[in-house]
Write a protein that binds this ligand. Sequence first.
Ligand code: C2E
Ligand code: SIN
Ligand code: SIN
Ligand code: FE
Ligand code: FE
Length: 492
Amino acid sequence: MENSLVNLSSAEQALEAIRQIYGVDSLLLTPDGLILDYGAGDRSFSPIFSDVLPNRNIKDVFPAHLAERLEQALQMVARTGNVTPLEYALPDSNREYWFDARLIPISDSRIILIARDITACREIENKMKQQMQQLAILRSIDLAIASGLDLNLLLSMLLDRITVLMHADAATVLLLNPKTNLLEYASGKGFRSNTFQYTRLKLGEEYAGRVALERKLIHLPDIRADQIEFARSPLFRQENFVTYSGVPLVAKGRVLGVLEMFHRSPFTPDADLQDFLVTAAGQAAIAVDSARMFSQLQRSNIELSLAYDAAIEGLSRALDLRDKETKEHTTRVADMTVNLAARLGVEQSALVHIRRGAVLHDVGKLAIPDQILFKPGPLAKEEWEIMRRHPDIAVELLSPVSYLEPALEIPHWHHEKWDGTGYPDGLDHDDIPLAARLFALADVYDALLSKRPYRSAWSKGDVLRYMESEAGKHFDPNLLPAFLDLVKEGGF
Ligand code: C2E
Ligand code: SIN
Ligand code: SIN
Ligand code: FE
Ligand code: FE
């Protein structure tokens, strides 16, 4: 008695008071589980138990699992004298009711159970949880579209989330191969056998083939007795699937594939869930479509880039063939320039353009006649005029290739000088693009070390002394120290 919350002369009166005040179900119990009386609330026990309750034991009226929990709780209450909470579900013929109960000791031999029906709360809670999951799925698909996520990652993410939402035991995405017109396995999870990865289905064949052909969600509540042949895997029956749900992935009016879900116990998606599946499948289809376009675009860009680099190499080889003495020159000055640029912190993405520019720096010499280019002595005034056109010729030659636009600085301005006495434009100081200033160092260095038709090769000591003497005249004095370091450390 000492811990009881209620102290009324009659326990029955207590029940009636609780019922009237709170409108909740209540039972008067002994610690052994004998039901002495009950009060029916707004949603009373009576639709479930009618009037069988008084003078029965909880073991006889509640499902075994619940009765066990109730017995334990009653014993605990009797022992401790504490109010004890208990949440449980009671199945009706076609649904479950949820109750939030309190066991309240009112004397040593009497315990009151009051139970609030929280079924509606539960349903709202579950619905909200489901809505949140649905939103999260749509959002992650959208993010995947926006970020150009890899198709395989996208599909496995999608299956992870959809299986949680659907409580599905297994799921797969089959994509329609446009060449073969077959539905082919693209991603899957939850299968016991790994033979599903070889799935190839014709349109109309099996469940997925039907979904793709009919372009609508198909839900089959019990496929156990189906007499169809499972072309996807000889081990399909051993998966013991009970239900099948398939939705078509449709984007821009084309079926791209099928999303399938399997349950090993009965499951029926409600109308809301079915609507969501169709929506999610539509989003997923857009993601599949854009992931494919993205990877195609990437591939064609790489192919384009490879094709151009091959063309550049071809051009510079043509140059080398013509002027045997510059054969290794091109490679060396390109290596030195890129190396120097990297040391000075030029961004990685710019280096590829610098290399292309360096490789192509003298492509304009292709237009210089042999008798000038290979003249074994000093050039006459009019010969120089022609020779000095080679940078502009390079720009003319290369500018139609938009891909090479960022690589033109070096061919265009590699003969400009820091003090403004260079050509073709007489630029000085920082008006000369950095790439061209860097390149000039490598170009002159390598040219002087090489034999020319008009002179023999210089020694390395002479070349270095000459370069230092040109600081602030030909060369950017701020870059020269780094260049000299590179020569020392880089072994050039
Ligand atoms: P290149 O032989 O590849 O020389 C590139 C640059 O290195 C030259 O640009 C120049 O700045 C420097 N350089 C090369 N050789 C010498 C040299 O003996 N002394 C000095 N002080 N610097 C040198 P530049 O002067 O604008 O010449 C451009 C191109 O014109 C040269 O490319 C070469 O193909 C041609 N060229 C220049 N001078 C002569 C020449 O006297 N006779 C002939 N046949 N061609 C010449
Ligand atoms: C030239 O202008 O062509 C001489 C320097 C070089 O290109 O390498
Ligand atoms: C690229 O492949 O980087 C772009 C193609 C182009 O600019 O022509
Ligand atoms: Fe040049
Ligand atoms: Fe050169």
